[in-house]
Ligand binder design. Sequence first.
Ligand SMILES: *Cc1c(COP(=O)(O)O)cnc(C)c1O
Length: 464
Amino acid sequence: MSQSAKHLPGVDQLLRSAAGRILIDEFGRTRVARVIAETLSRARRDIATTDLELPSDDTLLANTRSVLSAANPTLKTVLNLTGTILHTNLGRASLPQVALDAVQRVAGSPSNLEFDLETGKRGDRDQPLEHLLKEITGAEAATVVNNNAAAVMLVLNTFALGQDVPVSRGELVEIGGSFRVPEIMMRSGCRLVEVGATNRTRRSDFKAAITDQTAMLMKVHTSNYQIQGFTESVAEKDLAALAHEFGLPFMTDLGSGTLVNLSQYGLPPEPTVQEAVESGADIVTFSGDKLLGGPQAGLIVGTAKAIALIKQNPMKRALRVDKMTLAALIAVLKLYLTPETLVAHLPTLRDLARSEAEIKQFGDALLPAVTAQLGHDFDAALVNAKSQIGSGALPIDLLPSWAIAISARGTPHPNEAIMSLATRLRQIDTPILGRITGSRLLLDLRTLYQPELLLAGLKTVNAG
Ligand SMILES: *Cc1c(COP(=O)(O)O)cnc(C)c1O
């Protein structure tokens, strides 16, 4: 050991210092003592092997703090001003208050999750949900699993294990990299039979593909892209009729699956679950946390016969949802029983239906305060923007919106200045996420309801 390492303080001395005591309050004595000991032995090694000077107590404690802080994982809430409403990386739909209350109730207490209070016997955890989904969608039966990818796997595995499933070449979609129809089909244990061409698939293509190895027909809603131009696809009701002609079940994977007609809110239409049921689909799958605005879940509605078979598949047990998801989902579905008040109560629809005029008015009122917080180095302006729904819903139709555009002032390197601002905005307590286009940072106001959080964040960044 070199001469100077002897002058390092001991663990106890650092623990007793003012900064040490603050660390103990925050992280607990055991962890702080362990990390201080590690910091000291690192310092000893550095001194022995390099010409580094003896670190001060403050430096040692600062190093200790940064190790402890880095090992303090937590999910932070963020301000999503990216313009993508249902952002998969940001947790998709925000739940309404009734759902948060329901989650809190069942999470902290036993509940009748799978217990029939009338008979005192074991109950079915899907039952309350099934009740609601039947009433809302008109389907005979329903069940739920962890997410829509799981729903699709479970349906394929139930009806087509070791058998063929014809799907249109125009519908072999990939959603966000981890869900690709061909791969999901293989892992579900069935064989994909590609039918038709990328841009055109006809009823006769499907008919020609049906053999004694065919287990079912499947349609996948191409939710995150559109094929335009010389195109043709087979309508749900025609595919359902064809499947039934051969005694096969027909499933449609809607992906987003909305339960209300979106055009009443001035939004581009998206196929509804009710329409899919009416068209004769035996099984319809859709996500809980896309347009529906609920928790992550995969909903399956369909005929009583099909749903009964799905529920008997042992994989259903492996994919089942927990009580918190169920509680949230039931609370959200209940809102759909009074569609006239849906926009007022469901955050996802509130965001989608917020009018461009209202966003502009909100932005006009907010701009001076934003400009004031930005100081001399940045400018802000209110500009037209396009929000998107995200999560593969309505990909083409962008929603007209307004954004605060921040640009750098008086620097030869505006791009770097904006990148640096965006980085600092990600590092505050409630990170603020926008999107960078060119040398501007756009903060889409469609999803902003708490301007005080934005202003406080800008102030923090500016002070630092
Ligand atoms: C989003 C989507 C899925 C996957 O749903 P998750 O709930 O994300 O698992 C499957 N199919 C389609 C058509 C989708 O749009």
